[in-house]
Design a protein around this ligand. Structure first.
Ligand SMILES: Nc1ncnc2c1ncn2[C@@H]1O[C@H](COP(=O)(O)OP(=O)(O)O)[C@@H](O)[C@H]1O
Ligand SMILES: CC(=O)OP(=O)(O)O
Ligand SMILES: [Mg+2]
Length: 409
């Protein structure tokens, strides 16, 4: 029997997303999410995709999940209950999302101790992500030391960004000594969505100019020319760029010195402020766009201002990336907010008909869960909603590395 299954682990700061896929036909066998890791009560939602009678069957378990190691052990238990445990001989590899790969990792990489050390060395520049990714790697390696474990890096797709966009305008020697440059994140999503968006509008990805707006809890934009990323909004860390759920995105760097000198805050306090208590949550107390829209509709002023600030930043990036690309074939919205919030898409593009950009009110508001065009047919630039699939992309890249079979769409 050839082993064709890949388990994908996507460890976030307080969550663990996972999927078990069969790469013989790219089918999904099980998907799940462990939430509120480290909090008083955690939750595991596990869905067996091909349950009895071919139907989906979901189970939910609540209880404390103290850390990422316990989370992964719980996931292994759930999979074992469905007869697909980590001991299965059908498992070919484990694919791990790793957020920061620095300059060294520009391709999916087989994990050995040197790779683990390098991911650890990069933890200070992805403090919410790399440490969690590492626990996932170490725990999974303990459970299946015989399997290939592959790291797929968020930063990899952005390694093609030209120096003019990747460098900050600071003293070159200092920047190089401390490896300060723009790396970019959410790369597997930008890669997958830019290709899918090009195909959706009948273009060959190698010729298409695409702007991807990945709007989840973390959010980033990218400009992709002919399948290669040429610009992205996140930088040295996943803090730069768009307004996010809890992160500020762009600000004058002097804000930091001001808060230190005048506000008496320490570097760690400011780090915490900008990463965890800013963005939508800092502006109005909520980071969920559904709740913010509910409050806006009820006349809440703080929520309305937070929404406007979020959308204003997004419009600036769309305009900037239009200029970077020169011409645009498709603007693709993806991730939790991008896929689900019609008001964000409409507000971000309102009044941009002069750039060839508009959404069709009816198409934009219509529910749907597949890739779809939401601009009027006569407009020169297509606007699309393209659900991202970071786990499928990670599985495909992992399988390609271990089995030598190309499975990316
Ligand atoms: N139906 C919806 N309408 C508007 N926003 C939504 C909806 N569903 C999810 N979201 C937004 O998507 C966010 C989560 O996006 P997601 O891509 O899953 O983020 P992450 O991977 O960073 O956890 C939520 O915080 C919420 O703001
Ligand atoms: C890099 C990053 O911001 O990831 P996430 O959106 O999963 O937090
Ligand atoms: Mg995400």
């Amino acid at each position: 029997m050839t082993a064709t299954r890949v388990l994908v682990l996507n460890s976030g700061s307080s969550s663990l997303k996972y999927q078990l896929l069969d790469m013989a036909d790219r089918s999904r066998l099980a998907v799940g999410l462990v939430e509120r890791i480290g909090e008083e009560s955690g939750r595991i939602r596990h869905t067996l995709v091909h349950g009895p009678q071919g139907r989906e069957r979901a189970r939910e378990t609540t209880g404390p999940v103290p850390d990422h190691r316990a989370a992964l052990e719980a996931v292994a238990g759930e999979l074992a209950r469905d007869g697909m445990g980590l001991d299965s001989p059908e498992l070919a590899a484990v694919g791990h999302r790793v957020v920061h790969g620095g300059k060294r990792f520009t391709e999916p990489t087989l994990i050995d101790t040197a790779v683990v050390d390098e991911i650890e060395r990069l933890s200070p520049v992805a403090p919410l992500h790399n440490p969690a990714n590492l626990i996932g790697i170490r725990t999974a390696q303990k459970l299946r030391p015989d399997l290939p474990h592959v790291a797929v890096f968020d930063t990899a797709f952005h390694s093609t960004i030209p120096e003019a966009a990747a460098r900050y305008a600071i003293d070159v020697e200092t920047a190089d000594r401390h490896r300060v440059r723009r790396y970019g994140f959410h790369g597997t999503s930008h890669a997958y969505v830019s290709r899918a968006a090009a195909k959706l509008v009948g273009k060959d990805p190698s010729e298409a100019h695409v702007i991807v707006l990945h709007l989840g809890n973390g959010a980033s934009a990218s400009a992709v020319r002919g399948g290669r990323c040429v610009e992205t909004s996140m930088g040295l860390t996943p803090l730069e760029g768009l307004v996010m759920g809890t992160r500020s995105g762009d600000l004058d760097p002097a804000v930091v010195f001001h808060l230190m000198r005048v506000g008496g805050m320490s570097a760690d306090e400011i780090d915490d402020l900008l990463n965890k208590r800013s963005g939508l949550v800092g502006l109005c107390g909520d980071n969920d766009m559904r709740e913010i829209r509910r409050r806006v509709d009820a006349g809440d002023e703080a929520a309305a201002l937070a929404f406007d600030i979020y959308v204003h930043r997004l419009r600036k990036y769309i305009g900037a990336y239009y200029a970077v690309l020169g011409r645009v074939d498709v603007v693709a919205f993806t991730a939790g907010v991008g896929e689900n919030s019609a008001p964000v898409r409409a507000a971000a593009l309102a009044g941009l008909e002069g750039l060839g950009l508009a959404v069709d009110e009816r198409l934009n508001a219509a529910p749907g869960d597949g890739p779809r065009v939401v601009s009027p047919p006569h407009m020169p630039v297509a606007v699309a909603v393209v659900p991202t699939d970071e786990e499928l992309e990670i599985a495909a890249e992992t399988y390609e590395l271990v089995a030598g079979v190309r499975q990316r769409l």
